[in-house]
Ligand binder design. Structure first.
Ligand code: AMP
Ligand code: GLY
Length: 424
């Protein structure tokens, strides 16, 4: 098959890496890709949100399958546009991508189909939203309903902060149209996990357990980021918990989406809060997590193209996924200043040597090649990924690789995996 991957982050590098190892992959393209992806795929200079540009490229190059990494092109209807041209596309269509594109849609679906989640209400009117806040306890969580590049959630501790946040979102429009509607919900305490399932419209297959670290600094402190590291297995998700998640959250959602006339295919990513064995859904995303994808691809032992093709063609009942016994862990290296302001263009040295270490894979996120050098070109820049006999061994290997990378303007957390390691 000739395959096009859409996106240019660490997630897409790991997808390209896994797909390029498949016997079913003939020619591999990535739009727009990055400096690491360029070593295994032909990068084409089309932004990931340029729906018509991507469709034209896919048609002109007889692409057999398009795999879409980020949420924005999914919400914009890239899958719909490709399907009109009879090109196979992995991911939900725009209607089904509402699960991530509209938190209000998602929460109303939870309510209608009894899927466990935080108590909530949706508002388009500032005064009504304010009245709701006055009647409820803090901490409380205010969310812009639409896509806000992962920044649309504000957790507040006082009524005043809550009303200020509402004012910022609804009146000052800090998230633009994404904040036209807000979800106000109960604060959930507990431990967060990322749960992924491969879905073909009807059948869902769970992926192996994984957990990420969202905040910028050690000890899970500091501002939220896209994710500073991840590991698998996540020991908090026992087999019994995974089965319960499938029967009470994932399968009911797949059935609900079909009943609502928007069957879901692609990757369903549930952000879950677990407390005393009880699981509640924080949110759904309609794509792989980044950096969770990097550890999932590292542990996957089955042919990913076969699995994706089965999801696209409604044949997942025939698929069994197998996984490496070893644990995997990814440490994200980011440019100093991330997730706030930072400078692009600093040089990263020693990457080739470190890539040679057995059991270590470096996935590029924000990088650019210039005159034979690799330059940082984004907030999250590299995902240094290692396999080990358990999470602790994978952590040790990943950090020894990180320490061999010569990049003074970058930083990373030093404690990725601590929850799993401490639980033992
Ligand atoms: P979301 O974009 O909805 O995943 O929210 C981003 C992050 O905010 C989540 O990963 C959680 O860490 C946190 N969060 C969201 N909703 C809640 C909630 N109801 N209670 C506690 N934390 C939450
Ligand atoms: N790592 C979380 C996400 O991709 O949304």
């Amino acid at each position: 098959m000739d395959i096009l991957i859409v996106g240019g982050g660490g997630r897409e590098h790991s997808l390209c890496w896994a797909i390029s190892n498949s016997l079913k992959c003939n020619k591999l393209y990535c739009a727009p890709g990055n400096a690491g992806i360029a070593n295994i795929a032909e990068c084409v200079n089309i932004p990931d949100n340029d729906v018509s540009g991507i469709v034209t490229f896919a048609k002109e190059n007889n692409i057999d399958l398009v795999v879409i990494g980020p949420e924005v092109p999914l919400v914009l209807g890239l899958v719909d546009a490709l399907e009109v041209e009879n090109i196979k596309a992995f991911g939900p269509n725009a209607n089904a991508a509402k699960l991530e594109g509209s938190k209000a849609f998602m929460k109303e679906l939870f309510k209608k189909y009894n899927i466990p989640t935080a108590a909530f209400e949706c508002f388009t009117d500032f005064k009504r939203a304010t009245a709701y806040i006055r009647k409820h306890n803090t901490p409380i969580v205010i969310k812009a309903s639409g896509l806000a590049a992962g920044k649309g959630v504000i957790i507040v501790n006082t009524e005043k902060e809550a009303i200020d946040a509402l004012d910022q979102i609804m009146n000052k429009k800090i998230f633009g149209d994404a904040g036209k509607e807000v979800v106000i919900e109960e604060f959930l305490d507990g431990e967060e996990v990322s749960f992924f399932a491969l879905v073909d419209g009807k059948t869902a297959i769970p992926l192996i357990s994984v957990q990420d670290h969202k905040t910028a600094y050690d000890g899970d402190k500091g501002p939220n980021t896209g994710g500073m590291g991840a590991y698998s297995p996540a020991t908090i998700v026992t087999n019994a918990t995974a089965t319960r998640i499938m029967t009470t959250i994932i399968q009911p959602t797949i059935n609900a989406m079909s009943s609502e006339g928007c069957p879901f295919k692609g990757i369903l990513f549930a952000g879950l809060m677990i407390k005393d064995g009880e699981v509640k859904t924080l949110e759904f995303n309609v794509r792989f997590g980044d950096p969770e994808c990097q550890v999932l691809m590292t542990r996957l032992d089955s042919d990913i193209v076969e699995a994706i093709d089965a999801a696209v063609t409604g044949k997942l009942v025939d698929i069994n996924l197998s996984w490496k016994e070893e644990a995997a862990l990814v440490v994200v290296m980011a440019t100093n200043g991330y997730p706030s302001t930072y400078q692009n263009g600093t040089e990263i040295k020693n990457l080739n040597e470190v890539s040679e270490i057995d059991g270590v894979t470096i996935f590029h996120a924000g990088t650019k090649a210039k005159n034979g050098k690799i330059l940082a070109n984004g907030g999250r820049v590299l995902g240094v990924t290692a396999l080990g006999s358990d999470v602790k061994a994978a952590q040790k290997k990943a950090y020894s690789a990180v320490d061999s990378i010569d990049w003074k303007q970058g930083f990373c957390r030093r404690d990725i995996g601590w929850r799993a390691i401490n639980r033992k």
